[in-house]
Design a protein around this ligand. Structure first.
Ligand code: NAD
Length: 501
């Protein structure tokens, strides 16, 4: 289907390549493979895209909510028939294993289906008034122009989490995808074009964050910024939006997620859940676990079982259905991983798996690494126990009482994904009530979210306004609307409606 070498921006319904400069898109499993070149956009392209979105807004908002959502249904029909091809593009572009890449496409489809269906459900509320002749409503209005800035690790699903609610609620959108995954972003926009979405309703600006993303974030004619990515960039975006009286932002960011494994846990289930949480997507999920908090009674046995399994994971070509772990996404991702592995040693880690770079044979052409696993006593001052590495880097820490486990778990600036493995409902309930998290699991890995559930974190992980289904509040204003059915004016709180002359 799509063999693309020269990508373009999509602005006002036209594919445009006017930057003069491009950036390269390479396969992280084999950096010799060039997948395409894409426009290195800057302020000029950002301005054009915002102007196109603004121009398309009046006509788009005037369609019915159901008519707007019908474009998502057409989009889904088109994507479904190309699901496998799209998954292969994702695998080649960001190194995700093919099954996970397929799941990324399926999650995108589910998101579009969810919002298509939701268009026929109530979007506001009917409330009582103090005055019997009045009807009061809460009515949702679109915000206007929405900027969606997205990360590379769910390059199909996450843009759709942000685009679908925005469009259904009547906003127009500019998407700035991650520079690691411009090709799949271009494909996604092509499907909306084929679905007949009117010009300017959804625009695409490719490029680097500081050059293409920042002019969109700071543009004075933007109403809402939806950002998913690292806490560092999210903090800058929050600050910039706070300075603009009309701008609203939602930033969903990283995690330093943990799994609490109690003595009474189903042992094999807990080990498997830990392996999936730590190494699926090569540890590069916002919900990946980098801290395993394990009760002392089973600590040694758990560490041995976990290390044994981690040692045997199949690392290799993500297009091979049998591969469990592909490469890291980029050279800089590899450098960051190595930096934190060295830091762990300096901070006193007992290293059990070395996290070494794999250079033999085909591995040498990509960013392949083995898992890095170590044990360490919890210490609040340790940076490796606090900072997000975003790779297969895992600390295993012992705890004595459940109170200790909760304290260790909460000793983090992040609060995103949590799993607890236990057979004791009292412990499970205590963990739910006392730990800070946004996405919690019991006797499960921290991966496997579904689009109708809230997905977002607290503290440094998010703004408490979860992605996907929860985004409706970010892309609409809730206004009150009161209608009088009497011929007299009657006011609330006993205030007279008469005028004395
Ligand atoms: P990143 O923060 O480096 O980049 C995310 C996006 O922001 C990219 O499109 C990038 O170009 C853009 N960007 C970078 N600097 C910018 C700037 N100055 N102005 C405007 N835009 C800018 O993140 P990444 O490496 O693509 O993704 C990994 C991070 O995303 C991890 O921290 C991960 O935990 C997080 N993440 C969070 C969620 C979630 O739902 N909370 C989901 C996936 C990934």
């Amino acid at each position: 289907m799509i063999t693309l070498l020269q990508g373009a921006n999509y602005i006002g319904g036209k594919w445009i390549n006017d930057t003069g400069e491009v950036f390269e898109d390479r396969n992280p499993s084999d950096t010799n493979e060039l997948l395409g070149t894409f426009p290195r956009s800057r302020e000029q392209q950002a301005n054009l895209a915002v102007a196109a979105a603004r121009a398309a807004f009046p006509a788009w908002r005037s369609l019915s909510r159901i008519n707007r959502a019908e474009f998502l249904d057409t989009f889904v029909q088109l994507v479904k028939s190309d699901k496998d091809e799209l998954a292969r593009i994702i695998s080649r572009e960001c190194g995700k294993c093919i099954a996970e890449a397929r799941a990324d496409v399926v999650e995108g489809i589910h998101t579009a289906q969810y919002w298509f269906g939701r268009a026929r459900t109530p979007s506001g509320e009917v409330l009582a008034s103090e005055i019997p002749e009045k009807d009061s409503y809460v009515y949702r209005k679109p915000k206007g122009v929405v900027i969606a800035i997205t990360p590379w690790n769910f390059p199909f699903a996450i843009p759709l989490w942000l685009i679908c609610p925005s469009l259904v609620e009547g906003n127009t959108v500019v998407l700035k995808p991650a520079e690691e995954t411009p090709l799949i972003a271009q494909c996604l926009i092509e499907y909306f074009e084929k679905a007949g979405l009117p010009a300017g309703v959804l625009n695409l600006v490719q490029g680097y964050g500081e050059e293409a993303g920042w002019p969109l974030v700071t543009h004075p004619d933007v109403d809402t910024v939806l950002f998913t990515g690292s806490a560092q960039v999210g903090a800058m975006i929050k600050e910039a939006c706070a300075k603009d009286y009309r701008k609203f932002c939602v930033c969903e960011m990283g995690g330093k997620n943990a799994m609490i494994v109690c003595d009474d846990a189903d042992f094999d289930l807990a080990v498997n859940a830990a392996i999936m949480s730590a190494f699926r997507t090569t540890g590069q999920r916002c919900v990946s676990v980098e801290r395993l908090i394990v009760q002392r009674g089973i600590f040694d046995r758990f560490v041995a079982g976990f290390v044994e399994k981690a040692r045997q994971l199949r690392i290799g070509d993500p297009l091979d259905e049998n591969t469990f772990m592909g490469p890291l996404v980029s050279a800089s991702g590899g450098e960051k991983f190595e930096y934190y592995n060295e830091l762990a040693v300096k901070e006193g880690a007992r290293v059990l798996l070395d996290g070494g770079r794999m250079t033999e044979g085909n591995y040498g052409r990509g960013h392949f690494f083995r898992p890095f696993v170590y044990t360490l006593e919890h210490d609040s001052r340790s940076r490796v126990l606090r900072e997000e590495v975003f790779g297969p880097h895992v600390a295993v820490m012992p705890f004595n009482t459940l109170e200790d486990a909760v304290r260790i778990y909460n000793d983090s600036e992040y609060a995103f994904a949590l799993s607890v493995c236990s057979r004791d409902y009292r412990k499970i309930r205590a963990v739910r009530n006392l730990c800070d998290f946004g996405v919690g699991y019991v006797n499960l890995p921290t991966i496997g979210a579904e689009v109708h559930l809230p997905f977002g974190g607290l503290k440094k992980s998010g703004t408490g306004m979860p992605s996907a289904a929860g985004l409706i509040d970010a892309v609409t204003h809730r206004v009150s609307w009161t209608v009088n059915h009497d011929t007299e004016i009657r006011l609330a709180q006993g205030l007279s409606g008469g005028i004395s002359e």
